[in-house]
Design a protein around this ligand. Structure first.
Ligand code: 5GP
Length: 178
């Protein structure tokens, strides 16, 4: 997506060998209009898949997931990184190693909001080693839901996540590749 590519070239900065900082429009301050265009593109790409739920992981996926969900007219469910008293009842749980913090988190969603009647599109800001998407896919599988695919704003193609997921037959769409 040309708009996003241009924006990365203009405002992105590289930290160390493998981290792209896009704090001015995606990860801290958010350019809502730009995310809206990305959301519409995901909608076009997955229009015929019967998506009725968008799934993401807190925190940085939530903004882009919400805007994408507007195009699909469906709710967003975000996986939480630890059990809180706010979630009552049973949960699906998996473990995800955070790329940016190097920590392993228990990630949960309530069984109330994900089940066999759902067709899920997973949305996230970045795809690097694939741990976040693999954790979310595990939650979808535990719930017996159908996975339409995954959409990420930026895929870091020099890291192995995208290739690994596609090799498993998962449809992964990205709006820019670095
Ligand atoms: P993965 O699980 O695929 O290794 O990493 C994806 C997650 O790590 C995303 O949810 C994103 O928040 C974070 N992430 C991975 N690489 C980058 C990066 O280069 N920049 C930023 N800002 N976040 C990243």
């Amino acid at each position: 997506m040309e708009l996003l590519k241009q924006r990365i070239r203009q405002d992105g900065t590289v930290k160390g060998n493998d981290v792209l900082k896009v704090d001015s429009f995606l990860n801290h301050q958010i350019d809502v209009a730009l995310l809206g265009e990305i959301g519409k593109e995901f909608r076009r790409r997955f229009a015929d898949c019967g998506v009725n739920k968008i799934l993401t992981i807190e925190a940085s996926g939530i903004g882009i997931a919400c805007i994408t969900a507007q195009s699909f007219h469906c709710p967003v469910l975000f996986a939480k990184k630890s059990q809180t008293k706010n979630i009552a009842g049973e949960v699906y749980t998996t473990k995800v190693e955070s790329f940016t913090h190097g920590k392993v988190y228990d990630v949960i969603v309530s069984k109330k909001f994900l089940g066999p009647d759902d067709t899920v599109l997973i949305i996230d800001d970045f795809l690097a080693n694939g741990a976040a998407l693999e954790g979310l896919i595990d939650l979808v599988n535990q719930a017996g839901a159908r996975l339409a695919g995954a959409g990420v704003a930026i895929e870091k193609a020099f890291q192995p996540g995208g290739d690994r997921l596609r090799a498993k037959g998962i449809r992964v769409d990205r709006k820019s590749v670095v």
